[in-house]
Ligand binder design. Structure first.
Ligand code: HEM
Length: 388
């Protein structure tokens, strides 16, 4: 079995070997990323159990047994919420939460619409064919999360590159973290001394005396990493699915409730986040008959969980009429994605505006030629050439 199987796909479908594991060995020993004792969990029921039980499964790397030297020796520090347990997690999440309350997110609607319209104007001006990842998905996601955090979109893009690519094990992600942390440290320093903007500026204003620079950097890094690649990938792959299904595209164009159904179903079906943050067993525990010892790592496969036949019939198809499913595209439990409402809003605005503005939008290459990322924790298309 390929050592990076948990991040391999068949187009937008889960890899056949993972589907077989879900059926035959739903909790399987699967050493990866240099962790000699690690487990892979593929069924919805067990993924939900792991993510929803922080007393048994923690996120703090200090819980891990036998961390590889690449992690322990490195000059890097993961600062995002996903690597903390309570009370540190609770304290940090509370600092960020006000910016993600429903009212705050609703308040971003007009600004996101303006950003999307500007990007669509540029598309119209350029004329087809265009490559939609670079011309729409990435700039929209980067500008929105940049304005939220209070950094320029160029800075957002500078922190991204290679973060989720594990084709060379952890080399690329760790190098990307080191690059991002030093870039953000400079931005934090500038905001402390000069003009303040966005959530970062507000955190400095309100908590700057007791929040160290490295904490601010970690929080900003977690938001930028969490909000850029995920959302850009969902926009681009979502458009790919919409262009292949006229009814789905019509529902997206209609807006309102039908559009909500489309967005939710695309999140479940495409499921760009292939793995939740790693969890580490705090004590010995039995899951699906397998004994996991304290300190062993547990990786949860979200695409296989989201397509689990236990959720109902036909989970391998996109059906916006099936009603809400308990899908895990945003994770589950105390670490569930903080940015979920923002991501949904961005997807809603982009899909409806794009399809209304360009009713004749279609792929500019045969669908078989659309290439997918390989070995990336965040799945997506490499590029999406379209025309109209
Ligand atoms: C479609 C887009 C997105 C997807 C699919 C997604 C998915 C996820 C997933 C799977 C997790 C991990 C949950 C776990 O391990 O239990 C997560 C965590 C997180 N996401 Fe997102 N995300 C998206 C967009 C965003 C955006 C736009 C932001 C912020 C601007 C964001 C910020 C975060 C943060 C801060 C966490 C850590 C939460 C915690 O540990 O408490 N995400 N996301």
């Amino acid at each position: 079995m390929h050592p990076l199987l948990p991040v391999m796909r068949a187009g937008l479908d889960p890899h056949a070997d993972l589907v077989r594991m879900r059926r035959d060995r739903p909790v399987a020993a699967f050493p990866m990323l240099g962790l000699p004792k690690a487990w892979l969990v593929t069924r919805h029921e067990h993924v939900r159990r792991v993510l929803g039980d922080p007393r048994t499964f923690g996120n703090d790397l200090a819980l891990a047994r036998d961390l590889p030297a690449t992690i322990t020796a490195g000059r890097w520090r993961p600062g995002g919420l996903g690597f903390y347990d309570p009370p540190g997690h609770t304290r940090r999440r509370r600092l960020l939460a006000p910016a993600f309350r429903p009212r705050a997110i609703r308040g971003m609607t007009t600004r996101i619409e303006a950003i999307v319209d500007e990007q669509l104007d540029r598309l119209a001006h350029a004329g087809g064919p265009v490559e939609l990842v670079r011309a729409l998905a990435e700039p929209v996601a980067a500008r929105v999360v940049g304005e939220l955090v209070g950094v320029a979109d160029a800075d957002v893009l500078a922190t991204g590159g290679g973060r989720f690519d594990i084709s060379g094990e952890l080399g690329m992600p760790l190098a990307a973290i080191v690059r991002s942390v030093s870039h953000l440290a400079e931005l934090v320093r500038r905001q402390r001394e000069g003009r303040r903007a966005g959530l970062l500026g507000r955190l400095i204003d309100e908590h700057g005396d007791h929040l160290a620079d490295h904490e601010l950097v970690g929080l900003a890094d977690g938001l930028l990493t969490g909000g850029l690649d995920t959302t850009a990938s969902m926009i681009a792959t979502g458009v790919l699915v919409l262009l292949g299904d006229d009814d789905l595209a019509a529902a997206a164009r209609a807006g309102g409730g039908p559009l909500d159904g489309v967005v939710d179903e695309l999140l479940r079906y495409v499921c760009v986040a292939q793995l939740a943050f790693p969890r580490f067993a705090r004590t010995g525990v039995v899951l699906a008959g397998r004994r996991i010892e304290a300190g062993e790592a547990v990786f949860c496969s979200l695409p296989t969980a989201n397509r689990d036949p236990a959720l109902g019939a036909g989970m391998d198809a996109v059906d916006p009429h099936r009603g809400p499913t308990p899908h895990l595209a945003f994770g589950f439990g105390t670490h569930r994605c903080l940015g979920a409402p923002l991501a949904r809003l961005e997807m809603r605005i982009v899909f409806s505006a794009l399809l209304r503005r360009f009713p004749g939008l279609r792929l500019a290459v045969p669908v078989e030629r659309v290439g997918f990322r390989r070995f990336s924790i965040i799945h997506g298309v490499e590029s999406l050439p379209v025309t109209w």
